[in-house]
Design a protein around this ligand. Structure first.
Ligand code: ADP
Ligand code: MG
Ligand code: ZN
Length: 182
């Protein structure tokens, strides 16, 4: 275990909706499985768009996962795990930050994906903090559905006001800075 200690770190994959965060998370986790690592995958159960038991990307890639609501559940599961993936990390409360640090300090590779900004373009849940704690950061762009440029904002298409509104292309689209209407 001490041998393993220096090998832990935190990777964050962020960006707006449709930017390929889930796809990139699945890509990294599949490679870890090919390397015969013990991989465990979580998502916040608020995201029930396709399935409770799978993380599914918009282009229908999928990988089996555990749906959870509290970050302590990750610690419970993670004893013999080398690599953890967490999707929809923006839905967890701030205790996820300590959880990720604890696991990285124990020598685990923690890969988290989530929306860095909500539909008002303000930092979403624990994501801003997690970016400061991260060892590696990947910020992805989508394609603006209005003009075709690089998009880093998630435009809500309905007038619902709560921060959490789970939905797909019927409720959101990716927009660039010019086309985004907060
Ligand atoms: P995220 O997890 O960031 O919401 P996914 O990984 O689930 O994104 O999906 C990415 C895929 O979504 C892309 O590979 C592409 O097939 C599809 N897609 C749909 N709309 C867009 C868009 N506006 N920009 C980029 N990709 C899009
Ligand atoms: Mg996703
Ligand atoms: Zn645009």
């Amino acid at each position: 275990m001490t041998d393993n200690k220096s090998r832990g770190w935190i990777e964050v994959i962020c960006g707006p909706m449709f930017s390929g965060k889930t796809e990139e998370l699945i890509r990294r986790l599949v490679r870890a499985q090919i390397a015969k690592k013990n991989v465990f995958i979580f998502k916040h159960s608020t995201d029930n768009r396709y399935s409770e038991d799978y993380i599914v990307s918009h282009n229908k890639n999928k990988i089996k996962c555990h749906s959870i609501t509290r970050s302590e559940q990750i610690i419970d599961f993670s004893k013999d795990i080398d690599i953890l993936g967490i999707d929809e990390t923006q839905f967890f409360d701030s205790t996820i930050i300590e959880t990720c640090n604890t696991l990285a300090n124990k020598g685990k590779r923690v890969i988290i994906a989530g929306l860095d900004r909500d539909y008002k373009a303000i930092p979403f849940g624990p994501m801003a903090s997690l970016l400061t704690h991260a060892d590696y950061i990947t910020k992805l762009n989508a394609i603006c559905m209005v003009c075709g440029n690089q998009a880093s904002f998630s435009q809500r298409l309905t007038d619902e006001k709560n921060q959490i509104l789970v939905g797909e292309s019927e409720k959101y689209e990716a927009r660039c800075r010019d086309c985004f209407k907060p």
